[in-house]
Design a protein around this ligand. Structure first.
Ligand code: NAI
Length: 687
């Protein structure tokens, strides 16, 4: 790269340059994150960043100093350093391909754009839009990139190089930038006047920063330093000039790089990459069998969602079986709604959506199930019913048809007992809403064949999921670690802690929603039912306080019937429903249980249960436990998951705290043996 820059700078015949990728469908996808990990000290980070910045400054300066413009021709992802190098060019054009994405996702792995991204992007597209991209790490597609002014032109991929060349030569001839966004386009943009008024005067600028800081803290609750530091870089740059801004980037980046939050977020990133490569079984040579058609039993909340991701994301023909055509219709509606949104957001045309809809069919009698490869079952949570539909599938389908159940609590081993070929029975546990939740928990019973597991892992990946494979047991992994967490919420409430105090405490600790809100979402009736199943399997340590039954008697099921811990109006959650305290027979008292104690009692019980799952071989390794808790339940990502959290805090500290709570509240806090072992030996779960 330096050699080419030298040549451009020294060869007078070169009038302009185009920066285009030699890779087929990638511009530059960003820095190598593995390389980040080789930078062990702040000094390492500073040195690397300063070198990068100098290189990009040199590129940018080529036009100003020598009159040689550079145009980036972007096809495929231009992310992180990839977008930053394009921002250092004089202008940018991109292809209209769906593969083309532009963004600065650094904060998602705990660092910030430090090769000029926090400086050049706000100057190019305005502060408000740049904050939106830099603080969230969100990516934009070509049309949006043009609208924002990141690129000057969007063209079909085959025309990309020619378009970039033409623009570069035009720039060279004119000796100045053509346009970043045409004036008339800016004048038509309703945000333009507002951003002009806000950003062009110092008071307005301060107001934008103050608002951004407030909104950011509301979201991060101070747990994520990277976006806060990125905001500071932008502020320094706009107030004190780009040189100071770049210095702030280098300084903050090298602090963040060695922070525990960045290490945790990067470990999640690597775990998801590793999981993408795995087949879910010990023998890496086991291959998934081809999947050409999928059946879904039940078109309710889960079945509808599963059918929708099968068609829309995995692009597989899918057939829903329901008790009647009204049920089929409900199931199909799920996909229909998603596709209508796609059309509105111009992700696909109406014709494309209609065509896709044709890949989803329905039946009330298993017609069309003779040639399905995988059947995913999402009927009511009833063991007798599940075994009945399993037999019906085996009668209608091939001998090697896979039967995957989406049960949230019934042991797969039990369901498989009703099967003629139990080796094809497996659990595929999805989370609601299916299209949004990233995790798929696959559950194997002792007889599940490896090819069946590998095939379902592949199907999950095709549906866009991060897939973990766990062994069978009541509650599997995710529902199991949620059990004691939910029970303890009820205990703490019974001690007088108000609903919103509990929710806020856990959100401050880093969960995206509090446990009481979660209970309203899942359904209090469902929670009570699952609690009964857990109690039966694990005995007294999983016993919930009796208070929840009073809620069922009062017909409080949560959001689904607009009666729960919170008030609901037109589907929107409001304030705490104060009448719930009377039903529970308690007088709320914000000081009843200290915030730290609420966080520890709930958080540590979840961690301890995760450790028990590892000890009992439900989990195959701590990594899957970290990913399952974060992606399935929202365990605070900046900790890296329950096992990384133990590593961070120290198993001895965790064991000490659990023993302290056990002395006060009893057996349910008894630390797992494996935690005690790790406390004694000082071993780490993840590193
Ligand atoms: P739902 O009540 O919304 O849907 C169940 C559907 O199954 C209904 O539409 C019903 O008509 C249909 N059905 C009943 N008997 C049938 C039969 N013999 N053949 C075909 N269809 C039949 O329930 P939901 O919430 O979708 O749950 C389904 C399963 O997914 C349950 O096992 C549940 O435990 C599990 N699950 C639920 C989650 C949730 O958040 N709701 C999360 C993960 C798993």
């Amino acid at each position: 790269f330096f050699a080419i820059l030298d040549r451009i700078e020294s060869d007078d015949k070169i009038k302009a340059a185009v920066l285009i990728s030699g890779k087929k469908d990638t511009f530059v996808a960003g820095a190598d994150i593995k390389w980040f990990q080789t930078l062990k000290t702040k000094e390492d980070g500073l040195k690397a960043i300063q070198e990068g910045q100098a290189m990009f400054n040199r590129m940018e300066g080529m036009f100003e100093k020598r009159g040689v413009p550079t145009v980036a021709a972007i096809h495929g992802p231009a992310l992180g350093g990839g977008l930053e190098i394009a921002l250092a060019c004089t202008e940018r054009v991109c292809s209209n391909s769906p593969k083309t994405q532009l963004g600065l996702p650094e904060v998602q792995i705990g660092v910030l754009p430090a090769a000029g991204g926090t400086q050049r992007l706000p100057r190019l597209i305005g502060l408000v839009s740049a904050l939106d991209m830099i603080l969230t790490g969100k990516k934009v597609r070509p049309r949006k990139a043009k609208k924002l002014g990141i690129v000057s032109e969007v063209v079909p991929e085959p025309a990309l190089f020619a378009a970039a060349k033409k623009r570069a030569l035009k720039l060279a001839k004119a000796g100045k930038k053509t346009d970043k966004k045409s004036l008339s386009a800016s004048l038509r943009d309703p945000n333009f006047y507002q951003s002009l008024a806000l950003e062009k005067n110092p008071l307005g600028l301060n107001a934008v920063f103050a608002k951004a800081e407030k909104e950011l803290l509301k979201k991060t609750r101070g747990n994520y330093p990277a976006p806060e530091k990125a905001l500071d870089c932008i502020k320094v740059g706009l107030k004190k000039g780009i040189t100071k801004g770049l210095e702030a980037e280098a300084e903050h980046f090298s602090d963040l790089l060695i922070s525990k939050e960045a290490r945790a977020l990067q470990s999640i990133f690597f775990a998801t990459i590793d999981l993408k490569k795995e087949n879910g079984v010990d023998d890496p040579s086991v291959k998934a069998r081809p999947i050409n058609k999928v059946g879904v039993l039940g078109g309710g909340l889960m079945g509808g969602g599963i059918a929708a991701v099968n068609v829309r994301t995995a692009k597989l023909p899918t057939r829903i079986n329901e008790v009647d055509y009204a049920g089929v219709g409900r199931g199909k509606q799920y996909l229909q709604k998603m596709l209508s949104k796609d059309v509105k957001r111009r992700i696909r045309s109406k014709a494309q959506a209609d065509h896709m809809m044709q890949h989803l069919s329905g039946t009330t009698n298993y017609s069309g199930f003779a040639n399905v490869d995988v059947v995913i079952e999402a009927v009511f949570e009833d063991i007798g019913l599940k075994q009945k539909v399993l037999q019906a599938v085996e009668e209608a389908g091939r001998d090697d048809v896979i039967f995957a159940t989406n049960t949230s609590s019934l042991p797969i081993t039990e369901i498989a007992k009703g099967s003629k070929h139990p080796e094809t029975v497996i659990g595929m546990h999805y989370f609601s809403p299916v299209e949004k939740m990233p995790l798929l928990e696959i559950i194997v019973h002792p007889g599940t064949a490896d090819w069946v597991t590998a095939t379902c892992v592949e199907l999950g990946k095709m549906q866009g999921k991060t897939v973990i494979v766990v062994n069978d047991g009541t509650g599997f992994y995710t529902s199991r670690i949620l059990g004691p967490y939910m029970n303890e919420t009820a205990y703490i409430m019974a001690e007088g802690a108000p609903v919103d105090v509990i929710d806020n405490a856990l959100m401050d600790w880093g969960f995206p929603v509090g446990p009481v809100t979660l209970l309203d979402e899942v359904g209090i009736d469902v929670g009570v039912k699952v609690a009964g199943i857990m109690l039966e399997a694990f005995g007294d340590r999983m016993k919930a306080p009796g208070t929840l039954n009073a809620l069922i008697d009062d017909e409080r099921f949560g959001r689904k019937n607009n009666r729960g811990f919170y008030l609901y109006e037109n589907g929107k959650k409001g304030k705490v429903d104060e009448s719930v305290y009377g039903v529970l027979g308690i007088t709320p008292n914000p000081g009843a249980v200290a915030k730290q104690e609420i966080q520890e009692r709930l958080g540590l019980l979840m961690v301890n249960e995760a450790a028990l799952c590892l000890q009992e071989d439900i989990l195959r390794n701590p990594r899957d436990g970290d990913i399952g808790a974060i992606f399935g339940l929202g365990f605070p990502p900046f900790t890296g998951g329950p096992f990384s959290y133990v590593d961070l805090v120290g198993a001895d500290t965790i064991v000490g705290k659990l023993e302290g709570y056990a002395a006060q509240h009893g057996e349910r806090f008894k630390p797992a043996e494996i935690l005690k072992d790790y406390a004694k030996s000082g071993k780490k779960f993840r590193r």
